[in-house]
Design a protein around this ligand. Structure first.
Ligand code: ZN
Length: 485
């Protein structure tokens, strides 16, 4: 026996009852028996082909089963089935008056005509897109094509999460931003472009980093989450939040010439932790800022994510669930791996140990900022500011400035006094350095040189320091003629 909760707008067709108890093994059977008892309800719940209307969401025990084969969802004794007709822009109001049916204006019909004439989309599908709510985490490389195409496709409400500012180095791939936007908030620049493409979409601007404290609150209002982030702590945070909220996480990642895409956290499907239970140690996998990325690559991967998002909303095709697409741009080859949900997974498994969001910086082994930036007493240890390095050069202090970047980076820009030994060559070329000398290591932004400092200390060097912020900070603070890349 299951309890069916009837929403206010539909009670007039069910003898004014707010709930009824009915027998049935699946959601479909219970709904059939409900409409058998109250025949007037039938036309409100089902379309002419006998399919559940797209604006009717069904929840079982407060779980949205919209993305499952909703009518086949099995029921057990004591389950509660809620019928929630979707209302644009708000939660299904139990006490609110019936929402006007969602429609397309004449202008929207013209705009979406190439969708409307395809039977797989049609008016019904376009209205599904219009009532869909999608959260887009990040408006960078992946977020750029995602934001533009999701807006163009007519996703009714798009929530953008970003706190960054547009930089010249972004323009090689983040095509949602233009040269005129450099220095502007990415959130504003992205929203402007999207609204220019399609003024009929609603954009929520969440100007913040996604954190364990705010993630559930932000993401709970959306149907689908699209992950366009670029770091491991946020990847795990987005994954866990999606599993906890029961929302699909449309995933994409990029590096140099290669990309990956899949859908995680779809109920019953695998999650990011099923694939990667543990993050790589910090620094092992370089970020795009360190390792580089072909500017077109995030376009390809972001558009796979956009395609999957639209398919999920429309409920058409074969969604990329349990399959990981690998793309190699140099070979121009796609591969596909099967993914399975791990029953032992700590977050989506049968006996989850992670039932709330955790500290993801700590989980990924990243020391917190305060700890990292605290200078060690005595001065010779820890980080050194580029301005101080410049002062040392000007004073003629005896020390070695060690550049641990790659030769092709050295060609882009360098500090003339620096000696170049790429990080990977350091173990075999360490004999070129004298442990009696004071050494200041630098790279592009300070990550690799921190590793070089660790390595040299382990090799017995005592007087080694890391130039904070790398050559980028040198360009900012000491010599603006040094190009940034
Ligand atoms: Zn999992």
């Amino acid at each position: 026996m299951a309890k069916i909760l009837i929403p206010t707008p539909l009670r007039q067709f069910a003898d004014k009852k707010d709930s009824v108890q009915l027998q049935g093994a699946t959601v479909g059977e219970v709904l059939k028996s409900l409409t058998g008892q109250y025949s007037e309800l039938r036309r409100h719940l089902y379309n002419d082909e006998g399919k559940l209307r797209s604006f009717v969401n069904v929840y079982v025990n407060d779980e949205d089963i919209r993305y499952l084969n909703k009518e086949a969802t099995p029921l057990t004794d004591g389950d509660t089935v809620s019928i929630v007709p979707s209302i644009a822009g708000g939660s299904a109001g139990v006490a609110s008056p019936p929402a006007p049916p969602l429609t397309l204006s004449k202008d929207e019909i013209l705009r979406y005509s190439r969708h409307l004439i395809m039977p797989e989309v049609g008016m019904d599908g376009q209205l599904k897109l219009k009532s869909a709510k999608v959260a887009l985490i990040g408006t960078g490389g992946l977020g750029a094509p995602l934001g533009m195409y999701l807006a163009a496709a007519g996703i009714g409400r798009i929530g953008l999460v970003d706190f960054d500012v547009v930089d010249f180095t972004n323009l090689q791939r983040q095509v949602i931003h233009g040269t005129k936007d450099v220095g502007k908030k990415k959130l504003d620049s992205a929203a402007e472009t999207m609204l220019d493409i399609n003024p009929y979409v609603e954009i929520d601007r969440h100007e913040t980093a996604l954190t364990s404290e705010n993630a559930l609150g932000i993401l709970k209002d959306y149907d689908i989450v699209v992950d366009g982030t670029d770091n491991f702590p946020t990847r795990y945070l987005v994954n866990d939040a999606c599993v906890l909220l029961g929302k699909p996480n449309v995933y994409g990642s990029i590096f140099r010439f290669e990309g990956q895409a899949t859908i995680f956290a779809y109920p019953g499907g695998p999650c990011y932790r099923c694939l990667y239970p543990e993050p790589p140690p910090p620094g092992l996998v370089p970020s795009c800022a360190e390792g580089g990325v072909l500017g077109i690559l995030p376009g390809t991967i972001g558009l796979i994510q956009a395609t999957e998002t639209v398919k999920l909303v429309l409920g058409i095709g074969e969604p990329l669930i349990g399959r990981l697409v690998l793309y190699d741009a140099l070979a121009m080859r796609f591969r596909e791996l099967k993914l399975r949900r791990n029953p032992e997974c700590p977050v989506c498994g049968d006996h989850p140990t992670i039932t709330k969001l955790i500290d993801y910086q700590e989980f990924c082994g990243i020391p917190n900022q305060q700890h990292q930036e605290a200078p060690m007493a005595g001065g010779i240890d820890g980080d050194i500011d580029p301005v101080e390095v410049k002062a040392k050069i000007d004073r003629g202090d005896r020390f070695v400035l060690l550049d641990v970047r790659e030769p092709h980076e050295y060609q882009i820009c360098n500090i003339p006094q620096a000696k170049l030994i790429p990080l990977g060559d350091l173990p075999k070329r360490v004999n070129e350095l004298d442990s009696a000398d004071e050494i200041v290591a630098h790279c592009k932004s300070g990550m690799r040189s921190a590793k070089a400092v660790d390595f040299l200390k382990q090799a017995g060097f005592k007087k080694v320091r890391n130039m904070k912020g790398g050559i980028l900070a040198w360009s900012d603070k000491v010599d603006p003629s040094v190009p940034k890349y």
